[in-house]
Structure formats: C-alpha cells, structure tokens
Design a protein around this ligand. Structure first.
Ligand code: ADP
Length: 183
C-alpha cells in the first residue's frame, strides 16, 4: 500500500492507524531519514542537507533504504508513507516488488488545499517546517510527486480521499475508499 499526499496531509497519522488495523508494517521514509540524522549514522549525514532544506533525497539513496526494508518483510504487507515521491522511485518500487513476487495493491492519495497544509505545518513546528521550507516542500510535491496520481490511476490502483477533516472522519473515509476499491 502507498500513501500519497502533500506534506501536512496527515499521511503519517493515518498510516499509523491503518497499519494497526491491517497488521501490516509502516514504512515512513521521512521518519527513517530523520531517525538516521538524529542517531548521527553515516546514512543520516548523507541525507541531512536534503531533509533540512526540504529537497528530495536522491532516488538511489531512497531505493537503497527501501530495498533493504522490502527484503526483510517477506510475506508481510507494507504501508509506504511518503514514498515513492518521484516517477523513478515508483518504477523502481514496481521492479523491487516484482522481484519478490509482490506488487503495489492500493494507493491512497490524501488531498488537501495548500493553505490548509501550510497552516498545519506551521502549527506542527518540526525543524524542516519553517515557512519557506514548508512552501518549497509543497511545491516539490505538486511538481514532482503529484504526477504519481496519474501513474497509479492508469494502473487502476488509485483511491482519493479528502483529507480536510478531523482525524477520525478522514480515517472513516479511508476505510470507505478501501472497501469501494475492493468491491
Ligand atoms: P512531509 O510529508 O511532511 O514532507 P516526510 O517525513 O515524508 O514529511 O519527509 C521529510 C523529508 O524527507 C522530505 O522533505 C525529503 O527531504 C525526505 N524524503 C522523505 N521521503 C523521501 C522520498 N521518498 N524521496 C526523497 N526524499 C524523501
């Protein structure tokens, strides 16, 4: 499963709740990068400048991380949160999963207007959430990541959910969208 959506859309919160219900593994690439930076690992040092400035970490570094994770999850479902973020990553993911006789089953896009996303990011106050960086991350989402909606729609995997509501309402919408897709 893949969670798409602009920064601030609530992917992390909703993914957390969903993996609990579905008993699958939650993989947040952003979370893993932040953890590596905090722990001061070599990988953390390599990605720090990207994460801090809101730029995308280069695809080959992201794929290195993901390949290792997928290899350790044989037979168990994964919910990717914040990945893939580029067309190259989406294609590479398909390739990696095929190698494990698996594939992307469903993609959830959480939609949210930019102004609402910005407001949420400003009140969250994470280190890469200063106004200019947050705006830049939104721009990167629109130009580079949003095109994935088309990629997955063409493959019949896409479910879109309006993320502009309280947490429980969005969770219910996600459940409904998943049921509709399975029907
Ligand atoms: P948000 O969705 O709020 O932007 P994330 O935690 O998903 O937060 O990502 C934080 C940062 O981590 C991004 O701005 C980017 O620098 C890096 N990052 C996370 N996932 C990816 C990815 N799949 N490809 C490239 N960079 C990524």
């Amino acid at each position: 499963m893949v969670f798409l959506g602009p920064p601030g859309a609530g992917k992390g919160t909703q993914a957390e709740m969903l993996v609990e219900r579905l008993k699958i593994t939650h993989v947040s690439t952003g979370g893993l990068f932040r953890q590596a930076i905090e722990e001061g690992t070599p990988a953390g040092a390599e990605v720090r400048e990207y994460v801090d400035s809101g730029r995308l970490v280069p695809d080959h570094l992201v794929m290195q991380l993901v390949e290792g994770l997928v290899a350790g999850q044989e037979g168990r479902g994964i919910c990717f949160d914040g990945f893939p973020r580029t067309l190259a990553q989406a294609e590479a993911l398909d390739c990696v999963l095929t190698g494990h006789s698996a594939g992307v089953d469903v993609v959830l896009a959480l939609d949210l207007p930019d102004e609402v996303a910005l407001n949420r990011l400003m009140s969250r106050g994470r280190e890469d959430d200063d106004y200019a960086t947050a705006r830049y991350r939104l721009e990167v989402y629109q130009t580079t990541t949003a095109p994935l909606i088309r990629y997955y729609t063409e493959r019949g995997l896409m479910a879109r959910v309006d993320g502009n509501a309280d947490i429980n309402t969005v969770a219910r919408r996600i459940d409904d969208a998943l049921k509709a897709l399975a029907a």
